[in-house]
Design a protein around this ligand. Structure first.
Ligand SMILES: *[C@@H]1O[C@H](CO)[C@@H](O)[C@H](O)[C@H]1NC(C)=O
Ligand SMILES: *[C@@H]1O[C@H](CO)[C@@H](O)[C@H](O)[C@H]1NC(C)=O
Ligand SMILES: *[C@@H]1O[C@H](CO)[C@@H](O)[C@H](O)[C@H]1NC(C)=O
Ligand SMILES: *[C@@H]1O[C@H](CO)[C@@H](O)[C@H](O)[C@H]1NC(C)=O
Ligand SMILES: *[C@@H]1O[C@H](CO)[C@@H](O)[C@H](O)[C@H]1NC(C)=O
Ligand SMILES: *[C@@H]1O[C@H](CO)[C@@H](O)[C@H](O)[C@H]1NC(C)=O
Ligand SMILES: *[C@@H]1O[C@H](CO)[C@@H](O)[C@H](O)[C@H]1NC(C)=O
Ligand SMILES: *[C@@H]1O[C@H](CO)[C@@H](O)[C@H](O)[C@H]1NC(C)=O
Length: 674
């Protein structure tokens, strides 16, 4: 039998990296020194093993095996591991849900994890490459199923792995998205040439009935992707919907989310086997087709391994925070702390093909982030809210979204509309204050304060941050933790010197003492509403319906949960496995902070040298975390994320409604108001 000592050291990692030796024991220490250990002297320049990154440099669509080889070409580095783990574990000190993971309550039990034990394991695991270490940590955070809390190593999120066979789950079963024959032409000739060279006729797959995927019954495979790859949402069946392809309005144009089966920001798979019956099958018998993935690169070009590392893996001047006391007024950005977008990178999602675009004229208040319509008959107005962002949002000037809501409601009322349908399918969130505003506008000011009671975790460093804010008089323009950012529960603005950690409140989760801050709610002075908010609801609240697929993140979950908990608003959730329960809210943490925002907070309060403070990151990456919890009105001791709230209405997508927002709206109008 071959012993490891006869293998050259550069070969071993490459075998390991291909998974061939994954289960083998590590090299024993007592073997004679490996003659190939010092490879620097053994090759003349032209004999060097080829640089796998140079092979794919400058190409838009490449074989994922080649892109993986590039990403795996960087050796494991213990200094970087210790640096990363030290940042990550200190960020977890601020994570409000940490102790829930020790035993996640039903129906969220799939997310149970001992985070500290896992970090310890990762700290002691031998890794062949930097990729392997980062993927292990990525998986740990990804499988917390909280899109607010993730390790995001830019170095390994550079490509999007695309399968030209996105799937949908309809009332009749699992199908390759019937429009996928026209969908991918948008990706251009490099894409089509790639598959032509692979001999795959992807157009022929469109609409095929899918029996098995990856050797499993199709539904089981969908579940396995939901369990291991989708992440983001605590509820399993919400993740099932993110495995599938669906429509979205994320940034101005309707596009088609390919879904987590057909699109991934981490590279692992090179092909996927389907057993399917194509639409044009002469015999009607299943065929087995191994569909290749293609890795898409849309970043700034690199030339080779070292330039790839410099561009995407080494820390940059924006990786870590800054002391905002030293920054100019214009460069201060405290509001980045209160928004989240679900996706880590910016996956390229194709435009929704024309047959699926709404044919109704857009009504007032449409600007691409929110589009509004009046359904035929003038009874139902539709607000299709793609994101809780505002065009001017980067200036803290939250004006566009309120102006659109006010314009839409005025036009609906003038047209005699009595029903309001709000579509939040695949809404990735945005500014909390815009979600609270929409609730307030629909509920009327007589309703009182719009928001939830919230807390932050009372770890020792967080308490020091607030004490420093108070000592230095730092306000919300430079500090997120400043008392200036919150309201007392009676609606009074917290004074600059109010220490909301003095005293802390006891809180016990899964037997762990995990004290919190005092309870407070959101302060939203930046929301600019044209004119006063009316005292009464513009529409009878029993005539409001919210439509979605459970992929409703962050501010979307805050808004939707407020409407459900405070007004029993009807909620319709499409999709998911019909035999499993589903939640209408997907990611219901409250406030997310990126690593750079937390580090800015620490630096701005002069605490970077504190022994509890995390070091600067040495790599280009982010570690975001849920920094604030909102408590349910149904159970004031539980964060809304952990309160199970199934929708009152569920429907499957059909051949008619899948991917088709207008068909979804008229279907819902008939079902709910008809
Ligand atoms: C590696 O080999 C080169 C050339 O033989 C030599 O100059 C260098 O010192 C060696 N490095 C180590 C760490 O042994
Ligand atoms: C195809 O990829 C090459 C780089 O390999 C790029 O220069 C070219 O613009 C791409 N073609 C199209 C049509 O996008
Ligand atoms: C590991 O990374 C550190 C920090 O970037 C660097 O200084 C060191 O040279 C690296 N070690 C090796 C063996 O490359
Ligand atoms: C939306 O689509 C139009 C027309 O295809 C295009 O010109 C525009 O740039 C797109 N906008 C965004 C934000 O992608
Ligand atoms: C960061 O570096 C880039 C490129 O080197 C430079 O253009 C930019 O101004 C720098 N930004 C800051 C905040 O220092
Ligand atoms: C709906 O309103 C529009 C514009 O006000 C009007 O032209 C149309 O006749 C109305 N349709 C119905 C069915 O009332
Ligand atoms: C915040 O503090 C800065 C510096 O003390 C001051 O210039 C600014 O007016 C304050 N802003 C608010 C909204 O209190
Ligand atoms: C609101 O609550 C705070 C904190 O409990 C209290 O100090 C303040 O007096 C209250 N204000 C009003 C108007 O009740």
């Amino acid at each position: 039998m071959l012993s490891f000592r006869f293998l050259c050291s550069w070969l071993l990692p490459s075998l390991l990296s291909r998974g061939l030796l994954a289960a083998a024991a590590p090299i024993r220490e007592d073997l004679p020194p490996d003659p190939c250990a010092n490879t620097t002297g053994l090759y003349s320049r032209q004999d060097l093993p080829p640089d796998p990154c140079a092979k794919i440099a400058g190409l838009e669509f490449v074989d994922p095996a080649d892109a993986i080889a590039c990403q795996k070409s960087f050796p494991f580095n213990e200094t970087l591991r210790q640096n990363v783990l030290s940042v990550v574990s200190r960020v977890f000190d601020f994570y409000t849900f940490e102790d829930f993971y020790l035993d996640s309550p039903p129906p969220f039990q799939e997310s149970t994890k001992n985070i500290r034990a896992e970090l310890e394991r990762i700290s002691n695991t031998p890794y062949a490459t930097d990729y392997d270490f980062n993927m292990d940590l990525y998986d740990l955070t990804n499988q917390l199923n909280d899109g607010h809390t993730r390790w995001l190593p830019t170095c390994y999120l550079t490509y999007q792995n695309i399968l030209p066979a996105p799937i949908v789950l309809l009332d009749e079963g699992v199908f390759i998205a019937p429009d996928s024959d026209s969908l991918f032409d948008q990706f251009g000739s490099n894409f089509t040439d790639y598959f032509a060279a692979k001999g795959l006729d992807w157009r022929r797959l469109a609409g095929a009935k899918v029996l098995e995927i990856g050797g499993m019954p199709a539904c089981d495979y969908i579940d396995s992707v939901a369990r291991t790859a989708s992440g983001n949402y605590l509820d399993h069946n919400v993740r099932v919907n993110s495995v599938l392809s669906s429509y979205q309005l994320p940034n101005g144009n309707l596009s088609q989310r390919l879904g987590d089966l057909a699109s991934s920001l981490v590279l692992r798979q090179t092909s996927l086997k389907f057993s399917l019956i194509p639409v044009d099958s002469p015999s009607g018998n299943p065929e087995c087709i191994d569909v290749p993935f293609v890795a898409f690169f849309g970043g700034n070009p690199f030339d080779d391994g070292p330039s790839y590392w410099d561009l995407y893996c080494a820390a940059t001047n924006t990786t870590n925070g800054v002391d905002q006391r030293e920054s100019s007024e214009a460069s201060r950005s405290p509001t980045r702390a209160v928004r989240v977008k679900v996706e880590a990178g910016s996956p390229s999602e194709p435009d929704l093909p024309p047959p699926f675009l709404p044919t109704l004229p857009q009504s007032d208040g449409s600007n691409g982030l929110m589009n509004t319509y009046i359904l035929p008959g003038n009874k139902t107005g539709v607000m299709f809210i793609g994101t809780f962002e505002s065009e001017q949002s980067d200036n803290n000037d939250l004006a566009q979204f309120p102006a659109d809501v006010v314009a839409a409601v005025a036009t609906f009322q003038a047209s005699g509309v009595t029903n309001l349908l709000i579509d939040v399918t695949n809404n990735g969130g945005g500014f909390i204050c815009l979600g609270l505003f929409l609730h307030q506008y629909l509920a009327g000011t007589n309703f009182g304060l719009p928001g939830f009671q919230t807390t932050t975790r009372a770890n020792p460093l967080a308490q020091k941050i607030v004490k420093s804010d108070i000592a230095e008089g730092l306000n919300r323009t430079v500090s997120v933790y400043s008392p200036d950012n919150w309201l007392f529960l009676n609606g009074t603005h917290m004074p600059l010197d109010f220490d909301y950690y003095d005293p802390t409140l006891p809180y016990v989760i899964n037997g762990q003492q995990d004290p919190t801050s005092q309870r407070f709610t959101d302060f939203c002075p930046d929301v600019q509403v044209p004119g006063p908010i009316p005292p009464d609801p513009p529409f009878d609240l029993s005539n409001v319906v919210i439509v979605g697929n459970g992929n409703c993140a962050s501010t979307c979950a805050i808004f939707t949960t407020l409407m459900f908990e405070r007004h029993q608003t009807k909620i319709v959730t499409f999709g998911g496995h019909p035999d499993q329960s589903i939640e209408y809210k997907g990611m219901a943490g409250t406030q997310v902070l990126e690593w750079v925002a937390l580090d800015t907070e620490i630096k701005t309060t002069g605490l970077k040298d504190d022994p509890l403070a995390p070091p600067d990151l040495l790599v280009n990456a982010g570690m975001r975390y849920n920094s604030r919890s909102a408590y349910s009105f149904f159970d004031e001791n539980l964060p809304i994320a952990y309160v199970s709230e199934p929708p009152q209405f569920r429907f499957p997508y059909t051949a008619e409604t899948y991917n088709n927002p207008e068909k979804v709206w008229t279907f819902v109008e008939n079902q709910i108001f008809g």
